[in-house]
Design a protein around this ligand. Structure first.
Ligand SMILES: [Cu+2]
Length: 131
């Protein structure tokens, strides 16, 4: 009887160690490939320009219940020009008007200056400087 209880406690201890080790590994994996976050209001990005490091991605968060369609390009007057610069990742993110919705671009792997726009809202654009 005593032996069974001791064996049970030892097994429980081992299980705890294994679970703790897994928890640590999960946290480390989740920390990779992060980059800054830019929020969006109903018709604009919260900043007009952001600087990131080579290899980082950009996470966009819709702060309001308004849809946005984010692509490579700039507004030319009242027309969206969705030309993608050389070296830029292809960005094509759809926000469906759900407050708090977020989406992440592919990583920016080449240093340079790039432009993103929202095809719905005139002059809603963001300059991304990759260093
Ligand atoms: Cu928009």
């Amino acid at each position: 009887m005593y032996k069974k209880v001791v064996t049970g406690l030892v097994l429980l201890g081992l299980l705890t160690l294994v679970l703790a080790a897994c928890g640590i590994r999960d946290t480390a994996a989740g920390a990779t490939n992060t980059g800054p976050t830019v929020k969006m209001s109903s018709t604009a990005f919260e900043v007009t320009q952001i600087t990131i490091k080579k290899g980082q991605a950009l996470t966009l968060v819709d702060d309001v219940a308004v849809p946005h369609v984010i692509k490579n390009g700039t507004w030319k007057g009242s027309s969206p020009d969705v030309t993608k610069e050389a070296g830029a990742p292809t960005v094509d993110l759809n926000f469906n008007g759900v407050q708090g919705e977020s989406a992440t671009t592919p990583p920016f792997t080449t240093a340079g200056t790039y432009h993103l726009l929202c095809t719905i809202h005139p002059n809603m654009q963001l300059t991304v400087i990759v260093q």
